[in-house]
Each structure stands twice: as C-alpha cells, then as structure tokens.
Ligand binder design. Structure first.
Ligand code: SF4
Length: 417
C-alpha cells in the first residue's frame, strides 16, 4: 500500500539550475534500466559518447554504473550540459537514481520523509521554489521508488536506537521532534544547540525505554532536555581546547575524507590516484604547513591560518540551521541512508559534520561568510551518508571515539568560536 509524504521541510527551497554537477558523479543503475536504455534509438546520435556506456558493478551484471567521458561528464551529457535521454525521450527515460537526485526518500513506517543531498549547489544555496511545490513530483517518485526496490514503504523495519534497542517508527519521530525543537531554539547559537543534542544523546543512551512510548516518551525526552540544559556550557570558550592527539589528529584524519573531491570538475589535485590520496591524508594528520588542495574549491591556505581564523558571524546560524533541520527532519542520519548506523551514533556522526563545515568555511577566508558556509556544506554533504569509506568499521570507530571521549563537544565549540 502506498503511504503519504509528510513533514516536508518548509525552510528549504530547490529547483534544478542545470549546473550538471550531478551528471559527473557515479550513477548506479539496474540491469533492467540498462536494457531499457539500450533499446532506445540512440545509434549515431552525435550528442551521445561512443559505447561502452555501462560498466558492470557485480558478478552476473545485476548492477551497472553509467560511464563517464574523459572530462568527467556522463556519456549521455550533451555539449549544452543537458541529459540526452531526457531531451529526446522525456524524464522517465533517465535512470531512477538520476530522476530522484537531489532528493532522498526515507520510509518511516506509515509515511515518507524527504531529505536532500546538499552536494547539489542549488540545495546548498537554497535556490528555487519551496519544497512543497515539488510535492506532486515527490509522490510520483515515491511510487517509482517502491517499484524500483520491489518493496512497499510501510515494510521498512523500525530502526535501532543503539545496538539491541529497536524503537517503533512513531516513537522515533517523537524523539526527532524534540531534537528539532532544540536545533530551532534561537536563544542559543547553533553550535550550542548541537552540543545540547549530544548531551541528550548521551543521557538517553544510558536509558532503556521499556514500556515508555507515545506521549510518555515525549515527556521523558523533554525532561532529559531540561535536565541537560544547565550542564551544557553556555559559551564555546567555556570548553577546553580539543585534545592534541585524540581530538585534533583524529578530527583531521576524518576531515581528509570529508573535505576531498575525487571526481567531477571540482576534483582535487592528485585525488585521481591512491598514492595522491594517501599523501594528502598524511599531511592532514600532520596538520602543519600548506593545506593540500584536495577539492577544487580550496584556495591556497595553511593549517595554522585556519586555526587562527576564528570568528563566527551570527548570520551563519540560519544557513546551518536549515541544513541540520533538513537532515534531522528527513531521518537521513541513521539506518540505510547513513550506513545502517543506529539512531544515537547516527546523530553523533551528523553533529561531527559541524566542525568539518566550520573548518572548511574558515579556509574560504576570501569568500563572503554565508557563501563560504554553503560551499562547505556542499563539500561535506557530498560524503555524509554517501562515501562508502565512512561506513568502514575503523572509520566508524574513529567517529565513535571522538563522541565517547567528549572530544566531539570540544570540536563543535572550538570551530564554533
Ligand atoms: S547538481 Fe543540482 S542544480 Fe546541478 S544539475 Fe544536478 S540537480 Fe540540477
């Protein structure tokens, strides 16, 4: 049975502006989609690259990826930056993954939530019509997604809060509602709101919710929220600096993944080779001297300058709030959209993106602050929930270590100064 779309974020706008960035990333398609495209009359079309158009991604050819031209564009991208499949045969001729981007549809029991990939520059810059205007398209896409994966939305199993602690979808949404209240409470700066979310996560991770559900669960989470309030330091300067080894080195190790761009027109220098990536990663671990330009947006700068370049204009909070509201409201931070992380570790991994974004925005010192933050969000969100490296056990371990040792709170405060 089809279920409705709910809770579209009212603060987010979007329209495709045809930049073709998404036509330069990896698009995975099914065998059926491959056969459908091959059956189209594309022979001798001068706007389509020569074959082969697909590369197999699995034994037996169940999954394929669209090939790219030497300049990084999809084989079906025209000289005018348009999709040739759409241009000649209509939008439904495109592979499903291309039709869906930059939306992410997440089944939440009896309804869908809608997330966004902020690697799309229009989403990061909030350009276009309110998301509500896309509701009809989203309903259509949700039906197509069910057909595409061969499962109905209401069959999605309830998520885990942490290992061995499942929670029904309606109760998960109740916890998210309280987190959203915290993140939208403008009496605090954004960085403190996220530190409060971490404090709630810590307190709730100690609790079992046996027998607690519905309104009683909401009241409990609100009580936890009120309980942690006096314990969360008011100003970022009230927290100590991140530990030299545990905080800063681990942080930069992860930053070397989040800040890079391995493909497309904004690919970083040397990012095409494994050796280049390893070398750049080592320089991030060291954290001294020139910052390797691991994405095409990064200007020439030094690690020392970024550490000195503090200052957090209040106007940045609005852009950051929009990003975190969309990520929380869409439930895009745990379960399948985020490498099957349980709820609380997923929340911690989302909060870790804040010091990453703020580090990058300091690197863009010559760009107006709001634009710098939007660009930083675009880079970091290209990886969040998308880069398979972040699902590797040792990378997860690093993320959890930062959170469990209290270093994540310090990093949020340090780069939020
Ligand atoms: S990245 Fe966004 S704006 Fe650019 S073509 Fe794709 S959907 Fe459109």
């Amino acid at each position: 049975m089809s279920v409705p779309i709910r809770s579209l974020p009212v603060i987010q706008n979007w329209d495709c502006h045809g930049c073709s960035d998404c036509c330069r990333i990896e698009a995975v398609i099914t065998d059926e989609e491959k056969r459908r495209i091959e059956a189209l009359d594309l022979a001798n079309d001068p706007e389509v690259a020569p074959k082969p158009w697909f590369t197999s991604m699995s034994w037996g050819g169940a999954k394929w990826k669209l090939n790219h031209r030497p300049d990084g564009g999809c084989v079906f991208l025209t000289t005018k930056n348009r999709c040739r499949l759409q241009e000649r045969f209509g939008p439904d001729a495109k592979p499903f993954v291309c039709r869906l981007f930059p939306f992410v549809l997440i089944p939440a029991g009896n309804h869908w939530r809608v997330g966004m990939r902020f690697s799309c520059p229009s989403a990061a810059a909030n350009q276009g019509r309110p998301l509500a205007d896309s509701e009809k398209d989203l309903v259509r896409l949700s039906r197509q997604l069910e057909q595409h994966v061969g499962r109905s939305a209401d069959s999605a199993p309830p998520p885990l809060l942490q290992a061995g602690q499942p929670l029904p979808w309606p109760d998960v949404c109740r916890i998210v509602a309280v987190l959203l209240e915290i993140v939208q409470d403008r009496r605090d700066r954004l960085e403190r709101r996220l530190r409060k979310c971490l404090a709630v996560a810590r307190a709730c991770s100690q609790a079992r919710f046996d027998g607690l559900s519905g309104n009683r669960l909401s009241e409990y989470i609100q009580a936890v929220r009120a309980g942690v309030e006096p314990d969360v330091p008011r100003e970022p300067v009230d927290l100590p600096r991140p530990d030299l080894l545990l905080g800063r080195v681990l942080f930069r190790t992860l930053l070397a993944i989040f800040a890079r761009r391995d493909r497309g027109i904004h690919r970083g220098a040397g990012m095409w080779s494994r050796l280049g990536r390893v070398r750049a990663g080592w320089r991030f671990v060291r954290g001294r001297g020139a910052v390797p330009r691991i994405n095409g947006f990064l200007p020439e700068t030094r690690f020392e300058d970024i550490e000195r370049n503090s200052g957090m204009p209040a106007e940045l909070d609005e852009t950051l709030e929009r990003y975190y509201v969309v990520k929380l409201n869409s439930l895009q931070f745990f379960g399948p959209p985020n490498f099957d992380l349980p709820f609380w570790p997923g929340l911690e991994s989302l909060v870790l993106t804040l010091p990453m974004i703020l580090w990058l925005r300091r690197a863009f010192a010559d760009v107006p602050p709001v634009q710098a933050v939007q660009q930083a969000i675009q880079i970091v969100d290209d990886h969040f929930g998308g880069n398979p490296m972040l699902g590797l056990p040792h990378i997860r371990f690093l993320q959890q270590t930062l959170a469990q040792r209290g270093e994540l709170d310090k990093l949020v405060a340090w780069y939020g100064r």
